[in-house]
Design a protein around this ligand. Structure first.
Ligand code: ADP
Ligand code: MG
Length: 628
């Protein structure tokens, strides 16, 4: 063993006594073994080095490669740099500036945290490191060979760090032989850089392979942070010219989601363009990815996958990321919860941007332009949607409070409290003054059955009954789950008598009916006492409401084999929904659309029939036999 001023002294304790066969491994061997875990291929070394540069606060990172990384991987950053003693220490196993206490371990924010990457990489390569903490004072240089210090000393001033890894695995022939073709290794490296660049739009990246620039993305300035990710994604990934990216941003106390979605038309046949990050770490998580896919249901052809970049932030105590240094796997303590929330968030983002009218581009459908479109456009959100739901054409921005509405199911409250109550089963004339003719230009009711409106890409037709059923169905389901139904107390409780069969059914449904906002108590002799009804049911017709729900329940039971809460939710939705033939005011139409797009599955009714049909401009042109 060399006695140079080694950073790496062989600390092996070899038991000399006869009979003892267990030996503590020489440290260099331990490092080599660890290297097998941390560094499997050039791309994993690239990952570790670039992550170190990011952790050091660099906003410009350059990667130079030779032989797809097997003869040279050099990462040059403009980060904080290291002092000479830190630079020497950085090659020590478990030397890290990133955790000091167990509490730190629980709240890992930096990408690296084990302090073993540099030691591992150095043990299987020849390393040259230069690092400086200011552009004026001399920097420091270290050369190592297979983990042994060969040379150190001053170097030309620099701010940042340059680390060159030569001849990776030169002393582990088995691993070197195991490397795939250069193109394959290079692809792994570029995939890795793509992921790192997507998660750090404010950092510029350049990758050169044997003098050829393979990738170059400029840093996106912080002021543009809102569009930063979109721009970075567009710079990095061929999503299709002119195809739109949809922003997502919502948070609750449990989970925050932000990112972008590709529009359905840019979906691909492979899953390659799906990027999921949990607390900043890139992960593959089939189940959670499926949540996104399922949010796109009916918008994508079978077997195609949407592009997305999504960042999930969650209290580290609810997620286990410390699984393996190279395998990006996470486990949430509430996987199903995360699935549901993510699906709902993506659903809403899609609904807002694709399904609802784009007010900024909307033109009145009728000839008479009263200039009201402008007035509508400048209307304040609260005047358009008193229930506080999402605004069509506006990006959803949720406060932690309002966001809990989709978490807790209290969203349903907004319907029962909703400022706009849709007529149930009876029509009423449009009160144009009250209902705001200004909105008429954007929405049009056809045959008192369909709502027509336009989106950027064409025409949207909504079937009002199916749409309203979807809304009421989801409301009912969440009430049933959370017991949130708002009840309106009757002045005088009513006693209602039922047939024995109806009474039996009613009694079995009572706990769930009460969750929906009915306040019904069983009495003797097939009678119930009704003390309250859901807030959106007009009083006086309690009997017919209950009768209709029971009848509908029976019908669904017989015809569709439905039971329990699913049946009840569908029955309540069917009973409460506006019918074909009901005239809706513009305000009601708008409320319907707004509420529809707050649903998890706005595109289908509870029975699976579509609620919405869209006709693209292209389709219209085709049908009119016009060339584009
Ligand atoms: P970890 O990143 O887990 O701490 P590493 O072995 O990757 O472990 O790095 C060890 C230490 O070396 C880091 O904690 C950091 O202090 C320092 N370091 C490594 N690379 C850089 C760099 N590019 N710029 C500044 N400091 C660095
Ligand atoms: Mg590291």
């Amino acid at each position: 063993m060399s006695e140079r001023q080694g950073v790496r002294k062989e600390q092996s304790l070899v038991m000399e006594e006869v009979g003892n066969i267990i030996q503590v491994m020489p440290l260099s061997l331990a490092n080599k073994i660890a290297a097998g875990e941390v560094v499997q291929r050039p791309a994993s070394a690239v990952k570790e080095l670039v992550e170190n540069a990011l952790d050091a606060g660099a906003d410009d990172i350059q990667l130079l490669l030779k032989d797809a990384g097997s003869s040279l991987i050099q990462v040059i950053d403009n980060g904080c740099g290291m002092s000479p003693s830190d630079a020497l220490l950085s090659f020590e196993r478990h030397a890290t500036s990133k955790i000091r206490t167990v509490e730190d371990l629980e709240a890992i924010h930096t990408l690296g945290f084990r302090g073993e990457a540099l030691a591992s990489i150095a043990s299987v390569s020849q390393v040259e490191l230069r690092s400086g903490t200011s552009g004026e004072a001399p920097a420091f240089m270290i050369r190592m060979d297979g983990g042994e210090l060969v040379e150190d000393g001053p170097a030309a001033p620099m701010q940042g760090t340059s680390i060159a890894i030569r001849n990776l695995f030169f002393n582990v022939p088995a691993r070197r032989n195991f490397l795939k073709r250069p193109q394959t290794e290079l692809k792994h490296i570029l995939d890795m850089i793509q992921v790192l660049a997507l998660s750090h739009p404010s950092v510029g990246f350049r990758v050169e392979h044997e003098g050829n620039m393979l990738l170059e993305v400029e840093k996106v300035s912080v002021e543009e942070s809102d569009t930063g990710l979109k721009r970075r994604a567009a710079d990095l990934i061929p999503i299709g010219k002119g195809s739109t990216l949809i922003s997502v941003e919502e948070s609750t106390s449990y989970l925050a989601v932000r990112g972008i979605l590709g529009a359905p038309e840019s979906a691909r046949r492979t899953r390659g363009q799906q990027f999921l990050f949990v607390n900043g770490r890139y992960v593959k998580h089939r189940y959670i990815e499926h949540a996104v896919l399922s949010a796109f249901e009916y918008l994508l052809p079978e077997g195609s996958y949407p592009f997305f970049v999504l960042f999930l932030d969650i209290d580290p105590r609810h997620v286990d990321v410390n699984v393996h240094p190279t395998k990006a796997e996470v486990k949430f303590d509430d996987e199903r919860g995360v699935y549901g929330m993510l699906r709902a968030v993506v659903r809403r983002a899609l609904g807002t941007s694709l399904g609802t009218p784009d007010i900024s581009q909307a033109q009145p459908l009728h000839h008479l332009d009263l200039g009201l479109a402008d007035r509508f456009q400048s209307a304040t959100p609260s005047s358009q949607n008193p229930s506080g739901g999402l605004q069509s054409g506006h990006r959803p921005s949720y406060s932690a409070d309002s966001a809990t509405s989709w978490l807790t199911g209290a969203a349903s409250k907004s319907l029962y409290e909703g400022a706009v109550t849709l007529p149930a089963g009876q029509s009423r004339p449009v009160d144009s003054a009250k209902d705001g003719v200004g909105e008429e230009g954007l929405l049009w009711q056809l045959h008192d059955t369909y709502i027509l409106t336009q989106i950027r890409s064409g025409l949207v037709i909504i079937e009002q009954q199916a749409a309203h059923e979807r809304i009421l169905y989801e409301q009912a389901l969440s009430c049933l789950k959370e017991g949130f139904g708002l009840s309106q107390q009757l002045l005088f409780p009513r006693e209602i008598e039922f047939s024995a069969a109806d009474y039996a059914l009613l009694e079995s449904l009572l706990p769930d009916l009460n969750r929906l906002g009915f306040d019904v108590e069983p009495k003797k002799k097939n009678k119930v006492s009704v003390r309250g009804v859901p807030a959106d049911i007009s009083t006086g017709d309690e009997r017919s409401v209950l009768d209709e729900i029971i009848d509908q329940y029976r019908l669904f039971e017989r015809v569709d084999g439905l039971s329990g809460q699913e049946n009840l939710a569908r029955s309540v939705a069917r009973r409460g929904a506006v019918r074909s033939g009901n005239t809706l005011s513009p305000r009601e139409m708008r409320a319907l659309i707004d509420q529809l797009f707050q649903c998890e599955s706005p595109y289908v009714g509870p029975d699976g029939r579509p609620t919405i049909i869209t006709m693209s401009g292209e389709e219209l042109r085709e049908r009119f036999d016009q060339r584009p």
